[in-house]
Design a protein. Structure first.
Length: 305
């Protein structure tokens, strides 16, 4: 009877794993629960339920990963699963602790080091994240995603040359990776090279049609968060990606403040006033669009602008 139950358990578990990969989350949960009924002390079905719930953005997902940890606390996989139930829902701060514990348990695992580095980037700690990413690269020098993450970290730390070197290396290793292509698109966009940027965004979307930051870069609605905020962000990005913005930003700041003052103090014809106020209004729009991109864009996945 025990052998027959174990065979049934393994069949249910493998089916649940298959359905999870196929994004059939409710079937995953149902099959995993049946497996748990047969062998409640095996941690694997609990982790599968945690992943299925996390991909549905459900808050109870970490509880199931904790159940897996309780059944096999020495296995690093379940702390990784707990961290993943947070990262899949965008809860990067909560993901940090279990991933740090996983790294402490297995410090020579390049994937864990790289993932902790990514979490720290999302927690706005690029210097700390860079240390883990560089350690990951020492352990696995040919990992394209780690090169990409180092590029993002260096870009945040204003090391533009190093950022470009690692992005180029990432593209050499995985030329069709949509995440890397998306980053390339944004780097080109903020330099004002819109045509090349759009080509990179289209290549990213060819592989991953649901990639929201690439949609945003093309001026399309960015997935679930449609509405006025999305429209304003897309318009702001159009202004933000004008060429020579480093020169234009201080110039617009001067125009936005000085022109209205000059009109009020010196005066002039209605035509002069009209033209001056139009330029001042445009300057304010440009400045506010840049601020909007930095604040709202980063919340929406544009972490490298």
């Amino acid at each position: 009877m025990q052998a027959r139950d174990w065979t049934t358990f393994e069949r249910l578990r493998r089916q649940a794993q298959f359905f999870l990969q196929g994004r059939r989350y409710q079937e995953t949960i149902d099959l995993a629960q049946k497996a748990i009924a047969l062998f409640p002390e095996d941690p694997r079905p609990y982790a599968l339920i945690g992943y299925a719930l996390a991909r549905q953005k459900r808050a109870e997902a970490p509880e199931w990963a904790l159940k897996a940890i309780a059944r096999e606390p020495e296995n690093v996989k379940w702390r990784t699963a707990l961290s993943d139930t947070y990262t899949l829902r965008g809860k990067w701060k909560q993901a940090r602790k279990p991933m740090s514990e996983a790294v402490a348990m297995d410090p020579t695992n390049p994937g864990l080091q790289s993932m902790l580095g990514l979490i720290l980037l999302h927690c706005r700690k690029p210097k700390e994240g860079l240390r883990h990413l560089e350690r990951s690269l020492e352990l696995d020098p040919t990992n394209a995603l780690t090169h990409h993450r180092i590029s993002v970290a260096l870009f945040k730390l204003r090391n533009k040359k190093g950022a470009e070197e690692h992005l180029r290396k990432a593209l050499e290793l995985q030329p069709d990776n949509p995440v890397i292509k998306n980053t390339l698109g944004w780097r080109l966009l903020i330099r004002g090279r819109r045509d090349e940027a759009e080509e990179a965004f289209y290549e990213a979307l060819r592989v991953d049609p649901g990639l929201a930051p690439s949609k945003l870069g093309l001026g399309a609605p960015a997935g679930m968060k449609k509405g006025p905020a999305d429209i304003i962000l897309r318009g702001s990005l159009r202004l933000y990606s004008i060429p020579y913005r480093r020169i234009l930003m201080p110039a617009h700041a001067v125009l936005a403040i000085e022109l209205p003052i000059l009109i009020l103090t010196i005066g002039g014809s209605w035509l002069v006033r009209g033209v001056s106020l139009t330029i001042a209004a445009w300057s304010w729009c440009y400045i506010l669009s840049s601020v909007y991109v930095f604040v709202i864009g980063r919340r929406r996945g544009v972490h490298f602008v």
